[in-house]
Design a binder for this molecule. Structure first.
Ligand code: R5P
Length: 317
């Protein structure tokens, strides 16, 4: 695929090579020859080994674990491209790390999501493309065009294929996720329930109250992030206690840190479905009740449309 005013180039960081290659395959554009490696003291070194002068360059990098290394790689790649006279640089960040630090929860705490947005902008990005931002208003942390894509079309297709929609109830695992869950419920014409979750201490989660009658329903929990898995496991227990027949979860970003995979595997969750915005580990790949949907086509299509100046939002109509 060629752009209007110059060739598309795709430059991949090390965070998710498989997704980058799948995006390249969709666009029929091979990944740009580039070296992203470490000096002995672990400093990151980048060398773009193709001419990118005048090109429309898309840098593919999730700022997933190890978040700081992957963020630094992204910034250094952008710097290298800017100094190599790329015409336009789009940071494609399928999973935008630090997004949960989007406000001051207490005095003298940072807003790290804003800091990361500043870093990406000052490194030289002209645009940003990401998927299911933790909070939509993070878009406003950037003073450059930012496309927040939604994984929901990919999830909705899967849900339609696998479930009897007459029995499905979509559930938001916390009050903060209601808008996201309601959006998906609307697309499949399903009712919505909400879990009133109270988190007593950071890192712990506690399910308190199911708002809505879930009895006899197949419940589908919808959220942006599964990290420790605590929220989902507790939510599944609460829903089953209230008479749900089965509980599934569709979550955009499988952060799955620490013992999360073991926790999910041992839980009463029938299946956790995540996307490949974060490269699945071997443990995720072999887990009995975790499945990965690819968003390569979605991102590839959005990149193609950006390059040819077509509508991206119409992908979600
Ligand atoms: C929180 O606001 C997010 O949307 C997720 O609910 C949360 O990050 C999940 O975390 P965990 O899996 O550790 O309970």
């Amino acid at each position: 695929m060629g752009a209007k005013n110059g060739a598309i180039k795709l430059v991949a960081g090390n965070s998710n090579r498989a997704l980058s290659e799948a995006i390249g395959a969709y666009l029929a554009v091979p990944l740009c020859k580039a070296v992203v490696r470490r000096f002995a003291d672990m400093e990151i070194f980048v060398e773009i080994q193709e001419n990118v002068r005048g090109s429309d360059v898309f840098v593919l990098q999730s700022t997933s674990f190890p978040a700081n290394d992957h963020l630094m790689e992204l910034l250094i790649i952008i710097d290298a491209l800017r100094r190599a006279s790329a015409r336009r640089i789009t940071a494609v960040v399928p999973y935008f790390g630090y997004a949960r630090q989007d406000r001051k929860p207490a005095a003298r705490t940072p807003i790290s999501a804003k800091l990361v947005a500043n870093l990406i902008t000052h490194a030289g990005a002209d645009r940003v493309m990401t998927v299911d931002l933790h909070a939509g208003q993070i878009q406003g942390f950037f003073d450059i065009p930012t496309d927040n894509l939604y994984a929901s079309p990919v999830m909705v297709r899967d849900i339609r294929e696998r479930f009897d929609l007459a029995k499905v109830m979509v559930v938001s695992p916390d009050v903060g996720g209601v808008v996201r869950a309601r959006g998906l419920a609307k697309r499949i014409n399903a009712p919505l329930a909400i879990i009133d979750k109270r988190r007593e201490r950071a890192g712990e989660s506690e399910v308190m109250n199911v708002i809505g009658d879930v009895e006899g329903h197949t419940c589908i929990l919808v959220d942006d992030i599964v990290d420790s898995g605590g929220t989902l496991v507790n939510a599944a227990d609460a829903l089953l206690e209230k008479g749900a027949t089965e509980v599934y979860a569709y979550i955009s970003h499988g952060v799955l840190s620490g013992g999360a995979v073991a926790r999910i595997t041992a839980s009463r969750l029938k299946e956790l479905v995540i996307t490949d915005s974060i490269q699945p580990t071997e443990a995720v790949r072999v887990a009995r009740n975790i499945r990965v949907l690819s968003i390569a086509t979605l991102i590839g299509e959005a990149i193609g449309r950006t390059a040819t100046e077509e509508s991206v939002s119409s992908l979600f109509d």
